[in-house]
Design a protein around this ligand. Structure first.
Ligand code: GLN
Length: 486
């Protein structure tokens, strides 16, 4: 049976009705992943988990791919860094545990940008992942392997993390549904930290319903993680019956349509907004004035937290050990960290130490923290008037591998539309939204993603509205990349 582009819930139904066995499902996706990996560079390791015959769980061994930032007991977890190349965790991340208990198991670990930093999927210490919609193009970052895997039908779902946009942006470039809940909903326990006040685990799926189904399994209190919220959220299945949006007020911030936005992307997003209107939503044009400071604040707060989190990686108790002779402690640090870490983690560690230093703390870190509060206030004000904020997920479609990887500033500016929600801890989703010709090649059509944000803790409303739009766009058949048909 051709399973590649079926949704998670469709596969579950086939297993439940006995039309296919869970072993067949596992074997199908395992062999498809092995067969196509050389074209896409999706995973760092496959297995060693093998199918077991126990079907008393809701998701009876339906496989997924997991970003190599989630610790899984006795399975190498590297964060795509030389520093942790041979690190084998003795415990499971809470989300892995919850998914396993529900019956979903990982085929293995997916490629990513080193410790989730950077913006293209070209910054892994090991390999470059490609976009199934054009294999000379980036799949987006940093959960690059997870997005590419779902887009090419290697699994129905994958896990990623979003710190500044790393679920929403690759989902947009690979044309799958990327969802991050409010900060604190999904436990970060066992997820290698990048910036702890921003890191947010979430999913890549084929549709909105699958995202909600996995969210239901994963979210909720975790006593092992101090920022996790102390209650569980459950999505009411009645929301899927909603057909019109006449009860919805949509805000389209004008800041998301200013300079830097590709014309093709703009046109498609405007058409999707027109569709929302057709469905009955009221569109309101107002402004989000602090947005323009979000990127600057993020690139101070994030490196400050990176420098603290990466400080533990010195290769002494675990991690990369240089073969150079060491005469003192300083040389141990220099050699192990100098060889074990890539350029971007080094750049952020230096920048982070600088903004946290006694002399510059007030001018940089404190200022950025104040701006973060103003951004949160901006959103609070907005959500007292509207239900949802809509705009492009990213300003451009996927660019060619290598095209801007040497330009850190341009790369940093790429996340202008997604970072404000990360700073405010809001839930967000990127929905496939037609395609447009790429900036460099008029003939090549590439995916566009529409970002939707709701107020904190309003995941149910986000799923409800996104589902109505998704149904009316009805893009499923065109989402299949032409070189990766099943
Ligand atoms: N571009 C952002 C960064 O490099 C994305 C990070 C993320 O969401 N993991 O910080």
């Amino acid at each position: 049976m051709n399973l590649a582009y079926k949704s998670l819930l469709e596969i579950k139904e086939l297993i439940d009705s006995g039309e296919i066995s869970s072993r067949e499902v596992w074997e199908y996706f395992k062999s498809r992943s092995e067969e196509l990996n050389s074209d896409l560079g999706v995973f760092l390791s496959i297995g060693p988990k093998e199918f077991e015959e126990k079907n008393n769980t809701p998701l009876s061994w339906i496989p997924l791919w997991v970003k190599d930032i989630f610790c899984e007991k006795w399975i190498t977890t590297s964060g795509a860094s030389r520093m942790l190349e041979n690190y084998i965790p003795p415990y499971d991340a809470t989300l892995i545990k919850r998914l396993n208990e529900a019956g979903m198991n990982a085929l293995g670990k997916c490629n990513m940008d080193e410790f989730a930093m950077w913006s293209s999927g070209e910054n892994s210490a090991f390999l470059t992942t490609k976009n199934p919609h054009g294999t000379d193009r980036i799949p987006g970052w940093s959960s690059s392997g997870s997005a590419s895997a779902v887009a090419a039908g290697l699994v129905p779902a994958a896990l990623g993390t979003d710190t500044g946009w790393s679920i929403r942006q690759p989902a947009s470039m690979c044309w799958v549904v990327g969802f991050k809940p409010s900060y604190g909903r999904n436990s970060r326990f066992g997820v290698i930290p990048m910036a702890s006040s921003l890191d947010c685990p979430g999913t890549f799926t084929r549709d909105v319903k699958d995202a909600a189904y996995l969210y239901d399994i994963m979210n909720g209190e975790d006593k092992l993680e101090s920022s996790s919220l102390s209650w569980k959220d459950s999505i009411d299945s009645k929301i899927w019956e909603t057909k019109d949006l006449s009860w919805v007020k949509v805000w389209v911030p004008k800041e998301y349509f200013e300079q830097g936005l590709d014309v093709g992307v703009k046109e498609q997003i405007k058409s999707a907004i027109a569709k929302l209107k057709e469905l009955g939503a009221e569109i309101i044009d107002i402004s989000l004035p602090m947005t323009k400071y979000a990127v600057a604040a993020y690139y101070i707060i994030c490196p400050a937290e990176v420098t603290t989190n990466l400080a533990r990686l010195d290769g002494i108790r675990y991690g990369y050990n240089s073969e150079l002779p060491n005469n003192n402690l300083e040389e141990i640090y220099l050699h192990n960290r100098g060889e074990g870490l890539g350029n971007e983690p080094k750049r952020r560690s230096i920048l982070g130490s600088y903004v946290l230093s006694a002399w510059f703390y007030d001018a940089y870190f404190k200022k950025a923290a104040q701006i973060r509060t103003l951004i949160i206030e901006d959103f609070k004000k907005a959500f007292s008037e509207v239900d949802i904020i809509v705009g492009p997920t990213t300003p451009w479609v996927a660019w060619k591998i290598g095209e801007i990887s040497e330009d850190p500033l341009k790369m940093y500016l790429e996340d202008a539309y997604t970072i404000p929600a990360s700073l405010a801890g809001l839930p967000g989703i990127s929905l496939p939204c037609w395609f447009t010709t790429s900036n460099d090649n008029e003939k090549e059509s590439l995916p566009v993603g529409l970002q939707m944000l709701t107020n904190r803790l309003q995941e149910e409303k986000l799923f409800q509205i996104a589902h109505v739009l998704e149904q009316s766009l009805n893009l499923w058949d065109s989402l299949i990349p032409k070189n990766f048909q099943a």
